[in-house]
Ligand binder design. Structure first.
Ligand code: ATP
Ligand code: MG
Length: 319
């Protein structure tokens, strides 16, 4: 049977790209393909971080996932740091990873080239990610292109461990998120919308006037024609794609960018209004959100414990 894991880093604030590219596919498949939603707070510490913000962001992420429609009875929402098995398996997997293999990861090279102190955990991040995935015996991992290399490493490590020490892990496949939407930054439509960088981000909890303003300021072009052309018209193409993803339809027959933007604003609003409302309710009840996290951890713990037990035995540790 298909089992999936979708991860979210506990950094920054969730945006429209996260909703359309990751959360909606997860919610839509809640019956067909049982998923675990993982809130990766340990990963948030691989770069300079603020402890208060990481804590707040973890709880906020759980709250937004619930507000957007993740049903915790079907989809456990697991906080990585509340399950010790992640770090335990991380170490065991480090013992089948080459230093060069980790150092070759593009994301490590990019982030470490940015200068400043480089944390060792930034280098080993993909191995922790491998542990996140292998721990739960999942068969599929929806990943964006930015995570393809890390998923390949996960598969390599699982295969290698299985070959050297005996069948221990399910080797997962990467799947392209169904929505296929890769939402670009509205201020710079050649880079993807991101929690941590970019000025043209639509936050899932942004108030309506902020959404309207961000869309109104979206970068377009001088062609004055509403047409999907990612090469020449990346900004307009992004707006068309957002409309398609939010409302499931093409834009009205117009070549006015103003009209296109107002359609896009309305479509985003229709999607975000109920999420904001539900989020406000849930924010009044943080005890409930914490209870969801605790119950979710209880639900997935047997699988995680069993995986770690198999790995410990296989690699040569006493019971
Ligand atoms: P960061 O900049 O911190 O990496 P992020 O926006 O990339 O933030 P992640 O927590 O890394 O967010 O990703 C969460 C999920 O959202 C992943 O499944 C990822 O593929 C998806 N996702 C992230 N950005 C976009 C985007 N612009 N369009 C579609 N999906 C996205
Ligand atoms: Mg990312």
């Amino acid at each position: 049977p298909t089992r999936r894991l979708t991860g979210f880093q506990a950094t920054g604030r969730l945006h429209l790209g996260n909703l359309l590219g990751a959360m909606r596919p997860l919610i839509a498949a809640q019956d067909a393909a049982p998923s675990i939603a993982l809130i990766a707070d340990l990963h948030a510490m691989t770069v300079e971080h603020n402890p208060t913000e990481v804590r707040a962001s973890a709880l906020e992420l759980a709250t937004v996932l619930l507000a957007a429609g993740v049903d915790p009875r079907r989809t456990p929402i697991v906080l990585q740091s509340q399950m010790r098995e992640h770090t335990e398996l991380h170490y065991l997997l480090e013992c089948v990873t080459g230093f060069g293999e980790a150092a070759r990861m593009i994301q490590f090279k990019e982030k470490s080239a940015a200068g400043g102190q480089v944390r060792l955990s930034l280098l080993t991040y993909p191995i922790l990610m491998a542990a996140d995935i292998l721990l739960y015996d999942v068969t599929q991992v929806p990943v964006g292109e930015d995570q393809n290399q890390h998923l390949e490493l996960t598969r390599t490590l699982a295969d290698r461990f299985n070959t050297r020490y005996g069948e221990t892990f399910t080797v997962p496949e990467g799947v392209k998120p169904e929505a296929a939407a890769r939402i670009m930054d509205l201020a710079d439509p050649t880079t993807k919308m991101s929690k941590t960088t970019g000025a043209g981000r639509i936050g899932l909890l942004d108030p309506p006037e902020v959404v309207r303003r961000t869309v109104a300021r979206a970068v377009t072009d001088e062609f004055a024609t509403v047409r999907r052309d990612p090469e020449r018209q990346p900004g307009v193409t992004n707006l068309i794609d957002i409309l398609a993803a939010c409302a499931g339809r093409p834009p009205a027959d117009t070549d006015s960018y103003g009209a296109l933007k107002s359609e896009v604003t309305d479509a985003i609003e229709a999607l975000l209004t109920p999420i904001r409302a539900r989020h406000a309710e849930l924010s009044d009840d943080p005890g409930y959100v914490r209870e969801v996290l605790a119950r979710s951890a209880d639900r997935v713990r047997p699988t995680a414990e069993a995986t770690v037990r198999r790995a410990r035995q296989a690699i040569g540790l006493l019971d």
